[in-house]
Design a protein around this ligand. Structure first.
Ligand code: B4P
Length: 191
């Protein structure tokens, strides 16, 4: 099993690139953002709870997010590995993920960050906001709040995974294809 965390600021291309990684390495892709949006559109109890956080650009509480992630892994165990997209986003989530994976004899092999400037990200997210109904992509203040959530709660995980010798950063600026090739070359060197 080869398990990857794809990491980066909002809009850095985690979801975009996870789709290519999943195909090439036959991984099971778990996007916590997609899971929340699916629950919101199906108006489930979880979706109703998550909606107010997503709408403001806040992180959904760990108590909700960790359980959801664990259920998704346990429901999809016959796979070659996982790609965790948008999870973990807090120290508590990262520690929970390590202990949960170790309880089922798995571990994270690599955490790969996509490095992109906030100015470029604002352009990408506002562009996406024009063609989708994602409320968190349509308002610059909400986008800035998402950066603030990342800078205060998520960026500490760079140190967390660095200490474990598992952190890698890839330049996330350029064409989607160029970035995919950078990621493939890194993963090929790790497998
Ligand atoms: P996510 O769904 O994870 O969304 P994201 O960070 O905005 O997007 P991502 O980095 O995947 O970017 P993408 O490829 O789509 O989170 C949304 C919300 O869910 C969070 O704010 C939070 O509220 C909640 N949430 C999720 N996980 C959570 C957790 N673990 N704990 C608590 N709360 C959680 O790309 C963005 C855009 O850029 C796209 O339009 C794409 O086409 C474009 N793009 C991609 N690569 C490009 C490139 N190279 N050049 C130009 N454009 C590019």
């Amino acid at each position: 099993m080869f398990n990857i965390v794809i990491f980066g600021k909002p809009g850095s291309g985690k979801g975009t690139q996870a789709n290519f990684l999943k195909e090439k390495y036959s991984l099971y892709h778990i996007s916590t953002g997609d899971l929340f949006r699916k629950n919101i559109s199906n108006k489930t109890k979880l979706g109703i709870e998550a909606k107010s956080y997503l709408d403001k650009g806040d992180l959904v509480p760990d108590s909700v997010t960790i359980k959801m992630l664990e259920n998704e892994v346990l429901s999809n165990k016959k796979v070659n590995g996982y790609i965790f997209d948008g999870f973990p986003r807090t120290q508590n989530q990262a520690e929970s993920l390590d202990s949960f994976l170790s309880s089922i004899n798995l571990k994270i092999n690599a955490t790969i960050a996509l490095d992109v400037s906030e100015n470029e990200l604002i352009t990408r997210l506002l562009d996406r906001g024009k063609t989708t109904n994602r409320s968190d992509d349509q308002d610059i203040e909400k986008i800035k709040n998402r950066f603030n959530e990342y800078n205060t709660k998520t960026s500490i995980l760079i140190n967390f995974y660095n200490k474990q010798g598992k952190f890698y950063s890839v330049d996330g600026k350029g064409s989607v294809n160029d970035i995919t090739l950078r990621l493939f070359s890194l993963v090929d060197s790790l497998i």
